[in-house]
Write a protein that binds this ligand. Sequence first.
Ligand SMILES: *Cc1c(COP(=O)(O)O)cnc(C)c1O
Length: 370
Amino acid sequence: MSITIPADLLPADGRFGSGPSKVRKAQVDALAGVWQTYLGTSHRQKTVKSQVGRLRQGLRELFSLPEGYEVVLGNGGSTAFWDVATFSLIRDRAQFLSFGEFGAKFASCAKKAPHLGAPDVRVADPGGAPAFEVTAGMDAYCSPHNETSTGVAVTPRRVAADSALTIIDATSAAGGLAVDASEFDVYYFAPQKSFGSDGGLWFALMSPAALARVSEIKESGRWIPDFLDLQTAVENSVQDQTYNTPALATIFLMAEQVDWFNAQGGLSWCADRTSESSGLLYSWAEASAVATPFVTDPALRSGVVATIDIDDAIDATQICAALRANGIVDTEPYRKLGRNQLRIAVFPAVEPDDVRKLIGSIDYVITQLA
Ligand SMILES: *Cc1c(COP(=O)(O)O)cnc(C)c1O
């Protein structure tokens, strides 16, 4: 059955994916403006280094980084950073919070590493979240800020354990949720979520304690693959460079987005906007006869990725398919979660008015399917 959503119900932009996510036209127009002066030029020269510098400075401002913190970057995306951290940040044993796909994957990297002691993995069922527990022998505490696979967000809080690092996977949270930099040692993310750019790079905001840990491990003589060596990444980053060739378009698009965030009012503006958008979705689901927020505890509901369960009488895959046929894309749930669900990302690039339209479109599709 084919459903045509009336044009006046459709959002102006139909991208609601959790990553890659909506890229704004203004970013791409700005990139087109430097097609000949920046794109296709050497990453070892000033033209490119100044864009890396603009981006690093923009992130420093966006997150109000305290004195001594560094913005470090490298190739490979957040997935590569799990291996980077396994080699260059964890001394021996780390505690991991695992409440979805991404937290579990980082824990698994550490578990497989022959040079590390056994990780302490604290697990909660999807839709909930475990808590850190200060435990003897742990030199790092690791958790996602926002578990993209389930739509659960936990505000980072430093673990009160002597000399242990607090390491936060902020891949889908950074730029969309509030955070206090004094509560983490490492806050790492990638460009393709709130920053509306493309994948393939990782960024890490690192505290002086984290930087000291990297040097300590390096000096201990541990074998670290060159590509995953965080000391090398730090040394390159402070010179606005990367160890090997980065994606220049990705850097530029992200720098445009960070400057836009800062011009609009910074991180609090971003967080207010995502909270407005996700609040619309949760309120709609709570009032709906056929939809319910998947995360039952309102305090754990993500401001950037809303997961909405659909009554079994209606097949959510048909809702997603009808939306997709009408240009509204990537509302499918995380595949391995296996629920009758919609997952809608509302990073700061998404207009709250488009979320209002999206809700109207979903209601229309549900009426047609019923
Ligand atoms: C998307 C995501 C990742 C993976 O990021 P890549 O850049 O694709 O490696 C890791 N963690 C979280 C929380 C994510 O949302």
